[in-house]
Design a protein around this ligand. Structure first.
Ligand SMILES: [Zn+2]
Length: 278
């Protein structure tokens, strides 16, 4: 197409932020500090390499995901422990907080719930920022590796993509058959994964995660949660996923009581009246 005469002028229009978050209820610094205080460990789970584990966290408890044996990324799903239809909304979390999340930002649930499920209270990788390629850590842009995309692009049947790992873990946890567990699997928070979009073609890219054993990301549960974490077959995601090629490591999940746990008030339902104009 021939560009219009005012093409450059149209491109030069400055962007506006779609969802300024200034009016969100603030995460008070004192609340963040209390969530990091008086930690008493209550449970520990391991997501084995190329596999997933489910875990439970009560509202007001803290959960920590840690790198243990080597650089490894994880794909995280979250549900309301009492209602699997309320689950993590990666897309709106991205629209509110940006492509990658870190300390002080919240993970939101899907419509018609749309409330905080968890708040990130600590992130040992938040020094990373945005690198010269436009990459950053803990993204809400990649959906999860899955055997359907793998089949389309490469052919073959691979059974340890994060989508399948999460499906098996949820099935084992709930007793639902695989076919009924699978529709509950949703777009993830890519824990520790380093990703971005190429500037020239706009394509989703990954690069070796900067995570090292001992790094962790901590969340305050804002409602009772059922979580599932897959240790991605991509390992540190420096080369490829959806295969057994990459070196993979387990991930650890710990659940703690904190200074806020006793008497914690879960996040309240969204204030929209759901009448949709009728
Ligand atoms: Zn994966």
């Amino acid at each position: 197409m021939t560009p219009p005469q005012d093409a450059e002028a149209r491109r030069a229009i400055a962007p506006v932020i779609c969802y300024p978050t200034d009016s969100l209820p603030p995460v008070a610094p004192a609340r963040m500090e209390a969530a990091k205080s008086d930690l008493t460990k209550r449970a520990e789970y391991i997501a084995p390499a190329r596999d997933a584990a489910c875990f439970h966290v009560k509202a007001g408890q803290v959960f920590r995901i840690s790198s243990i044996d080597g650089p490894q990324v994880g794909d995280l799903n979250l549900w309301n422990a009492n209602d699997l239809s309320e689950r993590f909304f990666s897309g709106k979390t991205r629209a509110l907080h940006g492509t990658h999340v870190t300390t002080g930002e919240r993970l939101w649930s899907n419509l018609p719930h749309m409330r905080p499920m968890a708040t990130i209270i600590d992130d040992t990788l938040n020094w990373y920022g945005i690198d010269p390629y436009g990459g950053s850590v803990h993204d809400v842009i990649g959906t999860r590796c899955d055997p359907y995309t793998h089949n389309l692009l490469s052919g073959g049947q691979y059974h340890h993509c994060c989508h399948s790992n999460l499906t098996r873990a949820l099935s084992d946890e709930t007793g639902l058959p695989l076919s009924e567990a699978e529709p509950h699997i949703h777009d993830v928070l890519n824990v520790f994964m380093c990703t971005g979009f190429t500037r020239d073609t706009g394509q989703y890219f990954m690069k070796a995660s900067p995570v090292r054993p001992g790094d962790h990301i901590d969340f305050l549960a804002e409602i009772d949660l059922l979580g599932a974490l897959s240790a991605c077959p991509g390992g540190d995601c420096s080369s490829e996923h959806s295969s057994d090629t990459a070196q993979c490591h387990p991930l650890k999940i710990e659940v703690f009581d904190c200074a806020l746990t006793d008497g914690f008030a879960p996040s309240t339902p969204n204030g929209y009246d759901k009448t949709h104009g009728r």
